[in-house]
Ligand binder design. Structure first.
Ligand SMILES: NC(=O)c1ccc[n+]([C@@H]2O[C@H](COP(=O)([O-])OP(=O)(O)OC[C@H]3O[C@@H](n4cnc5c(N)ncnc54)[C@H](O)[C@@H]3O)[C@@H](O)[C@H]2O)c1
Length: 253
């Protein structure tokens, strides 16, 4: 029998994986035999995801990490290497926005927070795992951006700017990583049914559905399925790409 993905036994870190899309990615990778480091700022939900993976027969550990803090990023990567020996896969999922606001109401403090939460966090995570991937001459990095990065954000200039930065980060590191067999790609996540979305602006979803050719918003499994491909051997020739599972809402990204 052939094995399309060839990811069993690999080690992955998924930031912000205590719920929502991150949880979906962690559970999906573990179900294909990936050893998963679940990581979140919320230890209760993070540990629940770890237990869920273990109960399903997968392998997982949990490590607290506030991705806004570089020292916690360093701790997360060190703990992963301690537990699993290396890092093969990094999914920079952690991040998020806030309810729509006019750009001229965004304070310096909020601007800097959302850039740090969505962009600097991914940069420092990559900096920390890169030496391990470089040494083993292989690695797969997937950055989670947003459709807002390319299609116009609805009153979220700080969040949209940070997520657009994640695309530039992806293409830049993809070039630096290529000589070492490190692939870096980005998913501009569309509207996806998660606790975060439901807490923010779920009432806007009804207006969006008629604009989506496939007739529904995404669920975390849609994003996880794209991640599975991008971290697999099947995607060995894919790097520096914007890969968009968006129900056809935006075509030819
Ligand atoms: N859901 C959507 O519609 C949508 C659309 C576009 C992009 N995205 C992106 O997808 C990613 C996941 O979104 P989601 O909807 O699953 O979010 P969510 O709010 O449902 O879950 C986010 C998780 O991140 C954790 N978290 C919060 N602050 C953290 C921090 N400082 N450090 C580490 N973890 C932290 C939370 O505890 C939570 O478990 C984010 O990067 C988001 O910007 C989501």
């Amino acid at each position: 029998m052939k094995d399309y993905l060839k990811i069993a036994g690999k080690t992955a870190i998924i930031t912000g994986s205590g719920r929502g899309i991150g949880r979906g990615i962690a559970v999906a990778l573990a179900s294909y035999g990936v050893r998963v480091m679940v990581s979140d700022i919320n230890d209760e939900t993070g540990n629940q995801v770890k237990e869920e993976i273990l109960a399903a027969g997968g392998q997982a550990e949990y490590c607290h990490c506030d991705i806004c803090k570089v020292e916690e990023i360093r701790h997360l990567v060190a703990e992963t290497v301690k537990s699993f020996g290396t890092v093969d896969i990094l999914v920079n999922n952690g991040g998020g926005g806030e309810p729509p606001c006019d750009f001229d109401t965004i304070t310096e403090e909020r601007w800097e927070h959302y850039i740090r939460f969505n962009l600097s966090s991914a940069f420092f995570m990559i900096q920390e795992v890169f030496p391990f991937m470089k040494e083993q001459r292989s690695g797969k990095i997937v950055n989670i951006s947003s459709g807002y990065a390319i299609g116009g954000g609805d009153q979220c200039a700080h969040y949209a700017s940070a997520k657009a930065g994640v695309i530039g980060l992806t293409t830049s590191i993809a070039k630096e990583g290529a000589p070492y067999g490190i692939n870096v790609n980005v998913i501009p996540v569309p509207t996806t049914d998660t606790p975060g979305l439901r807490e923010a602006d779920f009432e806007l979803v009804a207006d969006e559905i008629p604009l989506i050719p496939l007739g529904r918003i995404a669920v975390p499994e849609d994003i996880a399925n794209t991640v599975l491909f991008l971290v697999s051997e099947a995607a060995d020739y894919v790097t520096g790409q914007i890969v968009a599972p968006n129900g056809g809402k935006r075509m030819l990204v």
